[in-house]
Design a protein around this ligand. Structure first.
Ligand code: GCV
Length: 698
């Protein structure tokens, strides 16, 4: 490796000077469509690789088109067999890249190119993936709309009246999508919404799935589908969808056989059952295990898997946060080995901050996979700049203590503690037909971060932000005047990275600090609605259920004398969370109903502290605006103006959050806003009238 790449740093420096001096790289495409994969000013490279397969051809092409190492270097791509390389991992050797699979070679190539572009060293080393299955979940409907999508229409599905024929635009998009995913190691995708339509399993849709799968396959990506549990009756015309009924079992077997005859490497099913009105095995007096196993048996002969979601909550339990654990723990050990239980990061629903779901590490005899939400349903849609890697890092590093200290969520799910047959991680995609794919230029960083963390769950959000910024924005450097080029790192990279790293905490602060959760206005989940308690709506769909504000205090009592959700955590966490004095303040109002005058660690009262958090969050956004304005000389005009305008909107909306929550809760606390907090500029009555238009654009 040294021989081949030894001088590449020097050559890179010379090349950079050349590029910087003569605008060598096009700076077109500043709509963000290139994502983190800017066309490179490549130098010649020789590739030794005997294989001619589709995946290896792409690997070679990527090297030829993007090589920025030593000119005319020779790189060997070798598919071999090395026990230290796991799954689709790879090894950088003295002569090039070695892997046990062709996909491994492709991932090695992307990593090599990434390191060249981000000035990271390349040494002899092995890089194995943390998770075997690294999968996107698209909540795309067959009519092309996207549930919780904020970046336009689906890239996979069309409006009902449009033809299902595959156009060249479709194929180009799917290929770009596949390449972007492969470049960060994503190797699976679920093409449709978990609130699934039965028609996805009908032949015209399966034919389109085949067309998509054919484009994704050479990039090492398998296709999966979400299925509706009642498909046998809704699509197949059977009288029942009871998972123990022989005709139902046979229907699924035949359907699976049909799918594999069309898509031989089909990945399997994702299922949302007995959740939010979706049908499921409980409709027939059966368990989640009965339902999941029936599907798993049908898929098993073909190597397919079932990802069965644990996102369940009935309206009967007094605490929604307890329910997934209560329903699934008794079933531990009852699932087939090709079933993976897909668990949202927190016990409720992708809130700005939740403690980790207590199912992680607790289900010891079942494969469990984390589900993250890349699309910003609860974190500002495609309006707000919120870098989610910080939140995911917090989750993955959370210690469950299930097998002693160090049993982090990462290790409880990646197979390093429990011998689960499959290890997997899912992210709900934020991708649509918008030119920049994700609606907000910085939302691309969340797609990127999901892939990088799925590959290596020990990466820090700082490293991911650094990489993404270098890959996404450094191509503009060549258009800079010399005095700006030289201080790009100091004046662009560092401040913008800092802004990204602070952005999630800022959002928590101006929306729901100190453990508050789900106080969003109904349905759109964008703005505040802590006052909402409409009659006739189930209580756990109203914010007042979650914050429980009264004249004594605020917060949900989940202690041993409350809902007892704390007991679902392993010691020492159960006791730590149970005690108001030891509960981490970031989760205080998640686990406790706390008096407005309670003394916080800072010495301030809870009320003062709450006001201060709202104020701090808002001021942070003001700082982000300032940071962005200052980097104007370093960014192309289009992206600069787009982000500037979105930050303006974010500031406006953060002010609404702050004012609405402080003024609403003040009705209960009856305490003055502390003098070091800026006074609200809006009136509560006006804020309560705001309605958000939720029509998505395409
Ligand atoms: C796909 C939340 C969202 C729903 C989503 C559901 C789920 O409730 O608001 O849009 O449905 O989670 O994850 O199934």
């Amino acid at each position: 490796m040294k021989r081949v790449f030894g001088l590449y740093m020097l050559v890179l420096a010379v090349l950079m000077m050349h590029v910087l001096g003569c605008r060598g790289v096009s700076v077109k495409g500043e709509d963000g469509h290139y994502l983190w994969l800017y066309p490179q000013h490549a130098v010649p490279v020789k590739i030794l690789c005997s294989g001619q397969t589709a995946i290896l051809s792409i690997a070679k092409q990527e090297l030829l088109q993007n090589w920025r190492g030593k000119e005319n270097a020779t790189v060997e791509l070798l598919v071999g067999s090395d026990k230290l390389i796991k799954g689709d991992g790879y090894k950088f050797t003295a002569t090039g890249i070695q892997a046990n699979t062709e996909a491994g070679i492709l991932y090695g190539v992307y990593e090599l190119l990434r390191r060249q572009q981000t000035n990271q060293p390349i040494q002899n080393e092995i890089c194995n993936p943390s998770y075997e299955i690294r999968i996107l979940n698209h909540w795309d409907n067959p009519d092309g709309s996207i549930e919780r999508g904020y970046a336009g229409h689906s890239i996979f599905w069309r409006k009902e009246q449009d033809s299902m024929d595959v156009t060249s635009e479709d194929s180009i998009r799917w290929k770009e999508y596949a390449r972007a995913n492969a470049s960060v190691g994503i190797n699976g995708t679920v093409l449709n919404n978990v609130n699934a339509s039965p028609k996805i399993l009908s032949r015209p849709y399966l034919d389109r799935v085949k067309a998509i799968a054919d484009v994704l396959r050479p990039y090492g990506i398998k296709t999966f589908l979400s299925v509706k549990f009642s498909s046998p009756s809704m699509l197949g015309g059977l009288k029942t969808s009871d998972p123990l009924n022989p005709e139902v079992i046979q229907w699924w077997k035949e359907k699976v056989k049909e799918i594999y005859s069309i898509i031989p490497d089909f990945g399997g099913f994702l299922v949302k059952a007995n959740s939010e009105g979706q049908p499921g095995p409980q409709d027939f007096g059966r368990t989640h295990a009965d339902g999941a196993n029936m599907l798993a048996d049908a898929l098993k002969p073909f190597g397919g898997i079932v990802m069965w979601r644990a996102f369940v909550y009935s309206s009967e339990d007094k605490d929604r946060a307890r329910q997934a654990y209560a329903e699934f723990m008794p079933l531990d050990g009852q699932f087939r080995d090709n079933v993976i239980i897909q668990v949202k990061n927190g016990p409720i629903d992708f809130q700005p901050r939740e403690p980790f779901s207590p199912l992680f590490g607790a289900m010891k005899k079942t494969s469990v996979m984390p589900e993250l939400q890349i699309t910003q349903e609860y974190l500002g849609h495609s309006v707000q700049l919120v870098f989610l890697a910080a939140m995911w890092e917090e989750l993955l590093k959370s210690d469950t203590y299930q097998e002693g200290a160090g049993s982090t969520v990462a290790h409880c799910t990646d197979g390093s503690i429990f011998p689960q047959k499959y290890s997997a991680i899912a992210g709900v995609a934020n991708i649509g037909l918008d030119a920049n794919w994700c609606g907000h230029q910085f939302a691309q960083a969340n797609w990127y971060a999901f892939g990088r963390l799925a590959w290596n769950n020990q990466l820090t959000s700082e490293k991911i932000a650094d990489e993404w910024l270098r890959l996404t924005f450094s191509a503009s450097v060549d258009s800079l005047k010399p005095e700006y080029r030289n201080n790009w790192q100091e004046h662009f990279l560092l401040p913008v990275k800092n802004m990204m790293l602070k952005s999630r905490e800022a959002a928590v602060d101006y929306m729901m600090p100190l453990g508050l959760h789900h106080i969003f206005a109904a349905n759109h989940h964008y703005g505040p609605g802590p006052w909402e308690a409409p009659k006739g709506v189930r209580p756990d769909w109203t914010p007042v259920y979650y914050h429980k504000a009264d004249t004594f205090g605020v917060g949900f009592d989940r202690t041993r004398t409350g809902s007892n959700a704390v007991s679902q955590y392993h010691e020492p966490l159960a006791s730590l969370f149970n005690n108001q004095a030891t509960c981490p303040e970031i989760y205080l109002l998640w686990f406790h109903h706390v008096s407005w005058t309670y003394r916080m660690n800072s010495g301030r009262s809870l009320w003062d502290e709450l006001c201060l958090h709202y104020d701090t969050g808002l001021k942070q956004v003001r700082d982000f605006q300032k940071t962005w304005d200052e980097v104007q000389p370093y960014v192309d005009e289009q992206r600069f103006l787009e982000v500037q305008s979105k930050l303006r909107e974010q500031y406006h909306d953060a002010q609404i959050w702050k004012d609405a929550c402080i003024l609403y809760f003040q009705q209960f606390s009856r305490l003055p806003i502390p003098p070091d907090v800026e006074q609200p500029v809006n009136k509560l009555e006006e804020l309560m009238k705001i309605k958000r238009n939720m029509t998505y654009h395409n």
